[in-house]
Design a protein around this ligand. Sequence first.
Ligand code: HEM
Length: 478
Amino acid sequence: MEFFDVSILCFFVLLFFLSLHFLFYNNKSGGRKLPPGNTGWPFIGESFEFLSTGWKGHPEKFIFDRMTKYSPTVFKTSILGEQAAVFCGAAGNKFLFSNENKLVQAWWPNSVNKVFPSSTQTSSKEEAIKMRKLLPNFLKPEALQQYIGIMDHIARRHFAACWENKDEVVVFPLAKRYTFWLAARLFISVEDPNHVAKFADPFNFLVSGIMSIPIDLPGTPFNRAIKASNFIRKELFAIIKQRKIDLREGKASPTQDILSHMLLTSNEAGKFMNELDIADKILGLLIGGHDTASSACTFVVKYLAELPEIYEGVYKEQMEIANSKRPGEQLNWDDIQKMKYSWNVVCEVLRLAPPVQGTFREALTDFMYNGFSIPKGWKIYWSTNSTHRNPQVFPDPMKFDPSRFSGTGPAPYTFVPFGGGPRMCPGKEYARLEILVFVHHIVKRFKWEKIIPDEKIVADPMPAPTKGLPVRLYPHKA
Ligand code: HEM
């Protein structure tokens, strides 16, 4: 008992000194003027507030409360164990996206690095940057055009198996299933449902543990995510090894999927990616494409249920395309180009329910921003919501209005669901295709209504309806 009391006393003394250290460090920092803000408790900082506003369904609250209290352009905080500055507004986005690898570089929280050790740890930084340049090549529009038919085929199969002849469905798990099946087929040619299912559960653990507090103890989300990533990486190695053999023996085609492309493409210096790099790139793509696009598909379904006039516009556009096709003819690139209104609707969904709330950078050197000093090593967070839900940027921000995206569309650096600059999401075009193919197939088949009219939304870290968005389906009469 005595020992227990002494331990508690020591703990509070330590906390007191740590707090003094933080206070001193934060306010002075060598005489430099740091951005205003609060760094909260030692180590934990404001992580709880940061994460819990998302759990409560208002991730923007963390940002807007502090923009109002401290500064609309930049404030300091401490999240996920790091000193951080949060850059806000279009000017903040522009500054970060234009200074990539000059003043800032991409940074992921320790939780991400441990769960998902990227090639930055296994090869030199320069090598990793070169490799990253290759990634968009596999995912640029020209490369993806040949995959639209496959997407269409998988979407038909998915709707036939999971939606047709059902009165009610739960949308989010089905949307995840759709995007995961697509990814498994298009990235690594895994089509067998049992094989896909083997990956699917670990992926759910992986994604939900990535942005968690990094406590590696049995049962924590973080611990489950590490285990899941090891399991998936092992599976990927086996697939890569087999593919190398199949390519050598002519049993696999060089263009059948992104894995074949990666194995057969060298960088400018003629160097090929090693197996670890490829496994990590594929894992990155699977993670990047897993919950993001499915969250977007789910929110399209939600908004179309709530806004019948928007549904009618999308339905009209998609039926013109559907009626122009021969029976059984697959969607192609020209059809996708015709889906202009539908894409504006998707963009409005991505504005109001961005799948990625924001990401981090790290200051490569000391620099000044808006009169405040940002010390080298500090982490910098930018957030989609700081512009997406800002009435000065998007008037009447909570109004669903796809016409914001017609004509020249939003001002630069204001609509940033995919980030920007050299680190902009390499899966943007792929996501556009898979979401539009999904929209085509769902509106062609059904109208629907929400079963829980005021279902709560949480962001953990992707936004999702808490019950997965159950809907009642009304098939169109043939
Ligand atoms: C609606 C769907 C999607 C959204 C909203 C989205 C959004 C984002 C955002 C905001 C970033 C960070 C950019 C930055 O830090 O500046 C990112 C990175 C990334 N995304 Fe996506 N993404 C989506 C779909 C996809 C898909 C389908 C893939 C894969 C095919 C993908 C692969 C990646 C990868 C690999 C990165 C990391 C890039 C790097 O580290 O350089 N994303 N995404």
